[in-house]
Design a protein around this ligand. Structure first.
Ligand code: ATP
Length: 373
């Protein structure tokens, strides 16, 4: 029953000069779905995309569009079905941005390649959608990387494809244009039922737009599944061999490595007040401990990523004397307390008691990491 899928791969092997790079790639994409390829540099994401877009011959296996092997499609028919954005390959000289975008209309312009008024209208519409209409008459080779990316995206959309294959379409774009481009991709997938295959290095964004995710690493597909299956801290750490820092999936943030050594300061935080202090201590290379935090507190993941030791109340539990004692011990070992300024409430009363304890023992109390220099 492969024929209800818009785009499929069956036991595909990709590589160069007959040398397999990744074997046994299979996927089935319903029309309108988004598949994102993630994985380390050099893993083979572009090679897979080039192969499924018929820019590179497959070593083995089949790519199917609407249940038909892609090899059965004529060049023109394929161009109506599938458009591809592989930025590194396109460096046309002496063409305006309008002319580059207009190349996307070639499946529809007949043998003389003449643009009709309607074609010109579509090109202008797509340039406007990507906010590059103001540079339509500029030389394509003399615009910025981000502008070039957007003109090429306009070209891909001008083709009015059913399948879009995009290699790192958000690279070079500023944050506003990254969001705009992903918004456009979601719109064409939802409204026009376009099936989208793309690669991305911004995994926080990949998590937000994908229906399926392929983790590419090694000589076979490392992991394939739904975003909620792949976007887990430990899976992402494994995929990218993160041995220094960490990736916090829930937060979409990449954290640098913990400072080395025994903790020198105990941070009393909570409610997000501790986060700027954790980051500052990390930047200064000062190892620290943190607590007492609730498992569901909005700063606990960052504390766990950056602190050498933590005292955490699991789940929705209560702070008890056991947590207080563990924190008190760490505090004594550190000899210094950093009060992040979290307001006192009935739930975190023990943190106030920790501060009182530090005062009673004459321990140094600071409000900022700068005071530790
Ligand atoms: N034309 C080529 N001929 C031979 N090997 C190539 C060719 N292009 C790329 N490679 C090699 O294939 C491997 C996969 O490269 P590919 O560009 O597919 O990786 P990628 O996952 O897209 O990486 P990145 O994230 O850095 O863009 C790399 O080892 C690369 O050096």
């Amino acid at each position: 029953m492969a024929d209800h899928y818009a785009f499929s791969a069956r036991a595909l092997t990709v590589g160069y000069q007959g040398q397999p790079l990744i074997r046994d790639i299979s996927f089935d994409l319903p029309a309108g779905s988004v598949l994102t390829l993630i994985g380390p540099n050099g893993a083979g994401k572009s090679t897979i995309l080039k192969t499924v877009a018929a820019q590179l011959a497959a070593i083995a296996g089949t790519v199917m569009i609407d249940g038909q092997p892609m090899s059965r499609y004529s060049h023109n028919r394929l161009a109506e079905k599938l458009s591809v954005l592989l930025t590194d390959r396109v460096r046309p000289e002496m063409m305006t941005c309008f002319e580059v975008a207009a190349m996307g209309r070639y499946p529809y312009t007949g043998q003389f390649g003449r643009l009709s008024e309607a074609d010109r209208g579509i090109v202008h519409q797509m340039l406007a959608k990507l906010q590059v209409d103001a540079i339509a008459d500029r030389d394509f080779s003399r615009i910025s990387d981000g502008q070039r990316q957007r003109v090429l995206m306009a070209r891909a959309l001008c083709q009015e494809p059913e399948i879009l294959v995009l290699d790192e379409p958000t690279s070079f774009l500023d944050i506003r244009h990254k969001i705009d481009l992903l918004d456009i991709l979601l719109e064409v997938s939802r409204v026009k039922n376009v099936t989208v295959l793309l690669s991305m290095h911004e995994i926080d964004l990949a998590e937000k737009i994908s229906d399926y995710v392929m983790g590419v690493k090694g000589d076979t597909v490392w992991k394939y599944g739904r975003p909620e299956e792949l976007f887990r801290d430990e899976i992402i750490a494994d995929l990218y061999d993160l041995d220094r820092g960490s990736y916090l999936t829930g937060r979409g943030s990449l954290e640098l490595k913990k400072p080395e050594g025994n903790p020198r300061v105990f941070v009393v935080g909570g409610g997000g007040f501790g986060i700027p202090h954790y980051r500052k201590l990390q930047k200064k290379g000062i190892p620290f401990a943190a607590g007492i935090l609730f498992g569901h507190d909005r700063e606990t993941d960052v504390a766990c990523a950056l602190a050498r030791d933590t005292v955490i109340v699991p789940g929705f539990g209560e702070m008890t004397s056991k947590h207080f004692e563990a924190a008190r011990q760490l505090l004594v070992d550190c000899g210094v307390l950093l009060d992040a300024g979290t307001p006192e409430g009935s739930l975190n009363r023990m943190n106030t008691e920790l501060i009182s304890f530090a005062k009673s023992q004459g321990l140094k109390i600071v409000r900022d990491a700068d005071e530790l220099d």
